[in-house]
Design a protein around this ligand. Structure first.
Ligand code: CO
Length: 247
């Protein structure tokens, strides 16, 4: 972000997008793959011009302080929306940002992030307008993913009586997006990796966020958990706050 601002400042043409100034070409259906490759060459050149040792330094090691567990949705660009650079964010994404007790993929990412990289923060990041959450709310049939989304339906079912008091439609989807994030946050805290890390005194804070694809802003659900003893009270408090907001 700062780099983009610098470029804009230099030429003082704020109405032209930074990617344009750098010579990026827009994607059209005729040249899309070639454009990705040529845009990549420009991106690499831009970073090297600013810091000649950039990629060399990065290739030695990674020391990200954050693990992002988010939805696969293309409208949620994790690094861009947090202003982070390569090397600063370890990422796991799947449909509806789920942390399932037996998902070896997610658990492996978490173990590497916690034990090897020693990340300080883990954020579960949902987003409003999530297709997976909406499908779960409405029992939509999509395909194989229905079996995955079953986990969101479990969240829906455990809050069903309350959800039915929220007006049907977007508001109810938003509420389920938030409750789903809180449940997945809870699941992160219950993994053996996080429990063991806390038990040995390793500092990790688990956060629950929901990103607004309609305004680009993160809504912090204020379930920030630092220890095993915090998990249940933090979860219950955050759920109560969701209910208050939608009342
Ligand atoms: Co989504």
């Amino acid at each position: 972000v700062s780099r983009v601002k610098m470029v804009l400042k230099k030429v003082s043409l704020p109405y032209i997008s930074a990617t344009h100034l750098l010579g990026y070409r827009p994607i059209t259906s005729m040249n899309d793959i070639d454009t990705l490759i040529s845009n990549n060459a420009l991106w690499s050149k831009m970073l090297v011009e600013e810091d000649p040792g950039f990629f060399e330094k990065l290739s030695q090691t990674q020391k990200p302080r954050f693990l992002w567990i988010g939805c696969s949705d293309s409208r949620v660009p994790a690094e861009r929306l947090t202003g982070l650079e390569p090397g600063e964010l370890f990422v796991h994404r799947n449909v509806a940002n789920l942390v399932i007790h037996t998902d070896l993929n997610c658990l492996s990412v978490m173990q590497f992030a916690i034990d090897m990289l020693k990340v300080k923060h883990i954020m579960v990041v949902g987003h409003y307008g999530c297709g997976g959450v909406r499908a779960a709310m409405n029992d939509l049939r999509i395909g194989i993913v229905d079996n995955w989304i079953r986990h969101v339906k479990d969240v829906r079912n455990s809050h069903l009586d309350w959800l039915n008091t929220v007006p049907e439609g977007p508001l109810r989807y938003d509420a389920l997006c938030e409750l789903n994030v809180l449940q997945q946050c809870f699941n992160v805290c219950q993994t053996t990796m996080v429990e063991d890390a806390w038990a040995r005194g390793q500092e990790i804070v688990v956060h629950g966020w929901v990103y607004g694809i309609q305004n680009g802003l993160i809504n912090d659900l204020r379930m920030s958990v630092k220890s095993s003893a915090d998990v249940v009270p933090a979860y219950e408090k955050a759920v109560a706050q969701v209910r208050e907001r939608y009342a």
